[in-house]
Ligand binder design. Sequence first.
Ligand code: AMP
Ligand code: MG
Length: 324
Amino acid sequence: MTARCLEPTSANIAMAVERLLQGELVGMPTETVYGLAADSRNEEAVRQVFITKGRPIDNPLIVHVAQPEQARELSPDWNATCDRLAERFWPGPLTLVLRHGGRVNDYVTSGHPTVALRSPAHDTALELIRAAGRPLVAPSANRSGQLSPTTAAHVLDEFPAEAFPVLDGGPCSHGIESTVLALSDDVPVVLRPGAVTLAELREELPRVEVPVIGEQVAAPGTSLRHYAPNTPAILVRTDELDEQLAETEVPAVVLSLGFREASLPHQVIEMPERAADYARGLYAALRRADLLGGAVIMIEMPPLTDGLWRAVNDRLRRACVERA
Ligand code: AMP
Ligand code: MG
């Protein structure tokens, strides 16, 4: 373990909290992906998050709370529905977007009238927020537009030259980002599919709407290309994969579902068949695919689109959008 990568002991958490309260950044494990945490009430610290990530200033940050009471303070619209959703899904991978009524710094929200709130299901993250005594912003700890980190080592790979410490909470249990649910309009809308599925949300909110997969949502920070490897990636249907591989003259790395052999120069990364396992391993697999040095990543299209596959397919589509 390097000097920057720390076991989440009480002493290291106390040190991390001290840094946060001084306006510095900390790499924080969550159940979705690793976050780059900062004090949500400290404008300078929040600005530093944007600078460190190279994140466009118009892409608002999610505010992480330890419990629903802390979220309630940040929105005049927190109501019984929010209580119910928090009761069922928090701590967990559901982000609620609500009007903030001026209670949150403009840098956090990118000047929008809404704030995104969630409580992460990770002991270390919850301890940090509790001990800091204030909500923390924590966008994924990667350079803007790159793959989200799902281990502490990924965070160090993304930021080898920065000084901030990373608390090592092990590999993320979900491995993809939270479901973002907007409650700020008449009809609840899923702005980003994630680990909490549409079916689960509809058990609580039957009217919740979701845009068609691949369709652009009119929400901040939902640009089509995102969560993308450096190598160009394409989605290929199972029945077209063999032909595509045979025709491809450059070395390809295949993210394959189910066993498949490929002759050199092509290489195969076997992906798990269960959606939860696929999601958990996706970003690490794309990082590996980048390192294998192929000229193209061919991603075998998952045959299913419901449940957690919706979120997986969303990330795969974005990973395959060409660089602008
Ligand atoms: P991440 O990039 O994982 O930190 O997630 C941030 C995403 O949450 C943004 O890209 C938006 O899609 C959504 N989000 C955050 N804050 C807001 C907000 N104030 N209003 C609407 N969506 C938001
Ligand atoms: Mg991100």
